[in-house]
Ligand binder design. Structure first.
Ligand code: MN
Length: 311
């Protein structure tokens, strides 16, 4: 079978009973029917079509491992693991449809879902899922990424480089997209022109390196005109030393503490403006290129924030 659903396996990790009841790690918090949940999308079909380095299909397992032993925040609520959608061969479209269906179903029961990718082809499935659940709501898309991922679908079909062009094609008049951390060298002028033509808001990597607050205004603007926010984090927005294990490591990149600030700022602003952010994904972690698990740890720090921030 080319697209398979694999139920969640039990989480394991270290326990320190000698330290008492507060020695809680994330693996202790797994429970059924919690208000927050993770779901894996084990796919690299989009990365392969995009001529990238493969390995992203192992991302969800590596992210769960990195999350398991992290210390739980004080008073953390339990969270659920909804298992993995696994794509083999080249069945990307079928996999994205399965992801979308699973997400829209999960959003009925969970206040926040964090999807563990997968290449950035995850985003098309994510968006279709949130759009199916929140029909007719204005959805603001915030992408933390070195790349615009706005390439047009060519002969190879959709890939990890096309999700936001595919999303726009669904409902061009509703397309509202903010991309943070854009590297000028990683996007052709054709993509920059398209972004401008389609009204995409951007903040460059240079601007964020110079001032971690450079995107705060743009974040507030998109959230204030949206009814729902979908946040997607491509881990290749980080510099190579914090994220070597991606298809396209960045020589420059926006450092992790700034990306953490951006995630916090999105969530805090959503709360302030009463605009929920029920869905986020973390994509492009490629464990075969991550021998020290540094990338998995960087990704897990962000996933932990998304799972435990106040809603
Ligand atoms: Mn991307």
């Amino acid at each position: 079978m080319a697209v398979e659903f694999i139920p969640a396996a039990p989480w394991n990790g270290r326990s320190d009973p000698e330290d008492g009841a507060d020695a809680v790690r994330l693996h202790h918090l797994i429970a059924d029917d919690a208000s927050r949940a993770v779901l894996g999308f084990a796919s690299e079909a989009g990365v392969i079509r995009n001529k990238g380095r493969k390995g992203a299909a192992a991302g969800p397992a590596s992210l769960r491992n990195a999350l398991a032993n992290m210390a739980a925040p004080s008073g953390a609520e339990p969270f659920s693991d909804l298992g993995n959608i696994v794509i083999t061969d080249d069945d990307l479209e079928e996999g994205q449809a399965a992801l979308s269906a699973r997400i829209s179903d999960a959003l009925e029961r969970h206040d926040r879902l964090v999807v563990l990718g997968g290449g950035h082809e995850t985003a098309f499935g994510s968006y279709c899922g949130i759009a199916a659940q929140f029909v007719s709501k204005r959805i603001g898309i915030i992408n933390l990424d070195a790349h615009l991922d706005l390439r047009l679908v060519g002969d190879n079909g959709p890939s990890s480089g096309t999700p936001f062009a595919q999303i726009r094609a669904l409902r061009p008049e509703h397309f509202d997209y903010l991309c943070l951390g854009v590297a000028e060298e990683s996007n052709t002028q054709a993509l920059m022109n398209r972004a401008q033509e389609w009204g995409v808001a951007m903040v460059s990597d240079h601007a964020l390196i110079a001032d971690k607050h450079a995107a705060d205004g743009a974040i507030r603007e998109i959230i204030s005109r949206s009814e729902i926010v979908y946040l997607t984090i491509d881990i290749d927005v980080l510099p190579h030393y914090q994220a070597p294990g991606v298809s396209a490591p960045a020589a420059r990149g926006v450092d992790l503490s700034t990306i953490e600030h951006l995630v916090d700022h999105v969530l805090v602003t959503c709360r302030e403006l009463d605009c929920p952010c029920p869905l986020a994904d973390i994509v492009e972690l490629s464990p075969p290129h991550d021998p020290q698990n540094v990338t998995a740890k960087s990704a897990a720090l962000l996933a932990r924030r998304l799972l435990f921030a106040d809603l």
